[in-house]
Design a protein around this ligand. Structure first.
Ligand code: HEC
Length: 181
């Protein structure tokens, strides 16, 4: 979402790095890497289409994204809810959104490795995607930035917010994919 055009390059780069530096005999590692990178790429694409194609279009007729969209005839789900709802439909692997200061406990990193990965991304804006083995899962995180001020504003003012100083450009969290090994 942040930089839709760099995904392909990221994937190629990741596979190249793995091909060059992964120990012999980890063929499975390459396919896990490919699977996770591809899923992240697809999720980012669907989210962009939802934002640009659905949210922006219906806004013209006064329909807005709202957290409580189900109770409002003139509202549709938030981008984050769209991703989480898709994740809830998936049985084969886990798809979600996480953050270091999330609005809901369900969006907490699940392990120390996920927390560390988010912190790494926060400290290095060039790090758009991180993949790693974590216990019996292979995981991928795609950085999620406050690309517009509205991201920061809504999170800062949400009743559950524990962090109220997000600004445009800040890392807000990441899309996470967890697949079985
Ligand atoms: C109108 C309010 C609103 C806007 C605008 C908004 N969000 Fe959120 N965001 C939420 C809510 C509410 C959740 C929790 C959804 C849930 O878990 O059911 C959430 C969840 C998230 C999460 C998961 C971690 C957490 O904080 O719970 C990330 C990451 C995130 N949003 C990033 C963004 C980004 C990036 C943007 C802008 C492109 C954005 N949000 C715009 C309300 C908003």
């Amino acid at each position: 979402m942040h930089s839709p055009s760099c995904g392909g390059r990221t994937l190629v780069a990741a596979l190249t790095v793995c091909a060059l530096s992964c120990p012999v005999g980890v063929g499975a590692g390459v396919s896990e890497e490919l699977a996770v990178q591809s899923i992240l790429e697809a999720v980012k694409a669907f989210r962009i289409v939802y934002s640009k194609g659905v949210v922006e279009q219906v806004r013209k007729s006064g329909i807005k994204p709202s957290e409580n969209w189900k109770a409002d005839d003139h509202a549709i789900m938030l981008n984050a809810q769209f991703v989480k709802a898709a994740g809830a439909e998936i049985k084969e692997f886990e798809l979600g959104l996480i953050g270091l200061t999330p609005l809901y406990k369900s969006n907490m990193p699940k392990t120390q490795a996920e927390t560390d990965a988010l912190k790494k991304m926060e400290n290095d804006p060039e790090l758009k995607v991180l993949t790693f083995v974590d216990g019996n899962q292979f995981k991928g995180l795609a950085a999620d930035y406050a690309i517009v001020q509205a991201c920061a504003d809504c999170h800062n003012t949400h009743p559950n917010s524990t962090r109220k100083n997000f600004r445009q450009g800040d890392l807000m969290g990441a899309i996470v994919v967890r697949i079985k090994r």
